[in-house]
Design a protein around this ligand. Structure first.
Ligand code: PEP
Ligand code: MN
Length: 366
């Protein structure tokens, strides 16, 4: 089922260049000089649609730099006077919204921690009623697509039609190479459910590492994201927040230069025919796989019935270990990675156990 959002296209002076919507600027506004000089460097790149700077910083622990507050909006307004760039910042409560409206901030975004709280989102939505502002909603810190959609709906129902989503990854359960887990299936599902909603990717907060921003930006564009939000600071190592993940405007220029913009579909007829042929082969193979899985589960059910009749437990560790080992070896001989094989076998095994548990607990006489 598609989600109905009443959406209008975003304003973008650069859109005629077929360039993705790019928001760039420092994690935080720190001084007036920093806000204005950074904007001047970024406008020179000719690729930045809006200038970001965090004014109120939602920090995980108290005592860290919490932002300069309202004075920073004045600095941003001055940066706009100098460069003409649209302005973007994060709002987390009604006072922030009101202050941003007062200083003519063009784009407001709801941060990941706020999106996770429907009360906060609703109060922001109420404050935005009738303003016609452009609003982006970052994904919540937890991987909950419904919570993300709910926040977008609340803002949209307040009459905000210039609406977009920002994918910034999800707090990881365990330490991983990225700061936040991208879990691409979630933004891709959002794209499927809301095809007219622009979704941009924030590779700075996903990777937490300036060396990986180019890689993650390319990945986002290859997955058909509509734009990027990238943190840029004149002297990243001295930044008061998120130092490790900010790029100098010069390094950002290089990242942008290296990006390859691929078309979702090519007009070349031969390419299309080839693609259609290969896709129908994939469709056929998927059908075969589904049929085989269904047969496998039918047999698992039968085994469950035998186990029940003979009072044997569902799970036998030895058998499972041997099976995993043997299948992974075959898979790797056929060019499938160990990680893929493990994940797939675990899924299949879980479904078998579910079916056998159902059989075990059914009331059929032995
Ligand atoms: C930010 O954009 O600086 C920020 C705090 O982001 P997030 O809400 O994604 O953590
Ligand atoms: Mn940041």
């Amino acid at each position: 089922m598609k989600i109905q959002l009443d959406i209008e296209p975003l304003d973008n002076k650069l859109s005629n260049k077929k360039w993705p919507f790019l928001i760039a600027g420092p994690c935080s506004a720190e001084t007036e000089e920093q806000v204005i000089s950074t904007a001047k460097e970024l406008v020179k790149l000719g690729k930045v649609s809006a200038y970001r700077a965090g004014i109120w910083k939602p920090r995980t622990r108290p005592g860290m730099f919490e932002g300069v507050g309202e004075i920073g909006l004045q600095w941003m307004q001055n940066a706009k006077k100098e460069t003409g760039m649209m302005l973007a910042t994060e709002v987390a409560n009604v006072e922030h919204v009101e202050a941003c409206l007062k200083y003519g901030i063009d784009i407001l975004w709801v941060g990941a921690r706020s999106t996770a709280n429907p009360f906060t989102v609703q109060s922001i939505a109420d404050a935005l009623k009738g303003t016609g502002t452009t609003v982006f909603v970052k994904n919540p810190v937890n991987p909950d697509l419904q919570l993300w959609i709910g926040a977008l709906e609340r803002i949209n129902r307040a009459g905000i039609k210039k609406l977009g989503a920002i994918h910034r990854g999800f707090s990881p359960f365990q330490k991983m190479v990225f700061r936040n887990d991208p879990t691409w299936s979630i933004p891709l599902e959002l794209k499927t459910l809301c095809p007219n909603l622009p979704i941009i990717c924030d590779p700075s907060h996903i990777t937490g590492n300036r060396e990986l921003i180019g890689f993650m930006s390319q990945k986002a564009l290859d997955l058909d994201m509509d734009g990027l939000m990238i943190e840029s600071h004149l002297n990243p190592d001295a930044a008061l927040s998120d130092a490790a993940q900010q790029l100098t405007p010069r390094d950002l220029d290089r990242v942008i230069f290296d990006l390859v913009l691929r078309e979702p579909i090519s007009n070349n007829q031969e390419f299309r025919t080839q693609l259609d042929t290969l896709r129908s082969e994939i469709d056929q193979l998927d059908e075969d796989i589904i049929q085989k899985l269904s047969s496998r589960m039918r047999i698992a059910r039968k085994i469950g019935e035998y186990k029940k009749a003979n009072d044997v437990t569902i799970f036998q560790m030895n058998r499972w270990e041997q099976l995993m080992e043997a299948r992974i070896a075959i898979g790797s001989a056929m060019g499938l990675s160990e990680q893929f094989m493990k994940g797939m076998l675990q899924h299949i095994h879980q479904e078998s156990i579910r079916i056998q548990t159902e059989v075990m607990n059914s009331d059929n006489p032995k």
